[in-house]
Write a protein that binds this ligand. Structure first.
Ligand code: GUN
Length: 295
């Protein structure tokens, strides 16, 4: 049986409508406009396209949004100073520094310089710690988006065997942690696979829910999954260009083959990607509400 296609695009659109309403109400009732700055260092084409999409969405939702482009050769000191300025700026509730940063800049130092109350990426150690112990925090956007997709699609996560492929700080580690927590969209039995895993398909075949963030195109093939699995494909791999110069994307999962066995699967593009940006917006609204004492 062919799988249900989980459209991140549609779910994201639904959440954006909810947020738009919320932002309009915040403005009208409390005079608060969520403010988001996205800082881009250099001109990495993928980063430019992500940041442009984030800014476009922020505008659409009625945010005060600032795009701050800095040259590739900005010093670490200057970047830290810039972050400090935004930490002090009351019109800005969320600060996002697009990663990766150039090699001469210490990424951890930069992320740690962001005020945790404005860390809408959820990468600051304070937010990571709060997430792990289940306190209120900013959840990292991609895992947050995956949870929302599972919940809104009605996937039963409680008691499910969830297998995560990938152990990055941005996706693998946090989604594994969230899926094991006793909360909506969680309470799974979680296995994390990575490049050191001896027999990857032994684990992936056991999965009721398979979340793949390996960063390699089509590493998950049909023979590696069981019938009825729910597949969340986080991969965005650029595998070529159309004659018009547009990037051709594929996920970490062999979509065409795996969809014949899965109960549900996310496409690439149009799956996890739109959810990530939307959860950044949700986090920024949360930051603005916290700042204004509305929650
Ligand atoms: N680069 C790739 N993904 C992300 C993300 O979620 N946030 C930031 N800041 N940079 C990224």
């Amino acid at each position: 049986m062919a799988a249900k296609i989980i459209s991140g695009k549609e779910i994201a659109q639904q959440i954006r409508e909810e947020l738009k309403q919320e932002v309009a109400e915040m403005k009208e009732k409390h005079g608060v406009t969520p403010g988001l700055v996205t800082i881009l260092v250099g001109e990495n084409p993928a980063s430019v396209s992500y940041v442009t999409a984030k800014q476009r969405t922020a505008h659409e939702l009625g945010f005060h949004s600032v795009q701050d482009n800095q040259p590739e050769d900005i010093t670490e000191e200057a970047l830290l100073k810039l972050i400090e300025q935004y930490n002090e700026d009351d019109s800005i509730h969320g600060i996002l520094v697009q990663l990766p940063l150039p090699r001469h800049i210490d990424e951890n130092k930069v992320l740690n310089a962001i005020n945790p109350d404005k860390d809408v990426d959820g990468f600051h150690p304070v937010n990571v710690g709060r997430m792990v112990i289940g306190e209120r925090c900013f959840l990292p956007c991609t895992p947050h988006g995956i949870l929302e997709m599972l919940i809104r699609t009605g996937v039963e996560t409680s008691g499910a065997e969830t297998v995560v492929v990938g152990r990055s700080n941005i996706v693998g580690k946090p989604i594994a942690n969230l899926m094991l927590q006793k909360r909506e969209g969680g309470n799974s039995t979680v296995t994390i696979c990575h490049t050191g895993t001896k027999d990857l398909s032994f684990h992936t075949k056991r999965a009721d829910i398979l979340i793949v963030a390996a960063g390699r195109p089509k590493v998950i093939t049909a023979d590696m999954v069981k019938e009825g699995v729910v597949v969340i494909d986080v991969g965005v791999n650029r595998i070529g260009k159309t004659p018009e110069g547009k990037a051709i994307l594929c996920g970490d999962v062999d979509f065409d083959a795996v969809k014949e066995k899965a109960a549900a699967i996310t496409p690439v593009p149009g799956g996890v990607g739109p959810m990530t940006i939307t959860m950044l917006m949700k986090n920024t609204v949360q930051a603005a509400k916290q700042f204004a004492g509305l929650i």
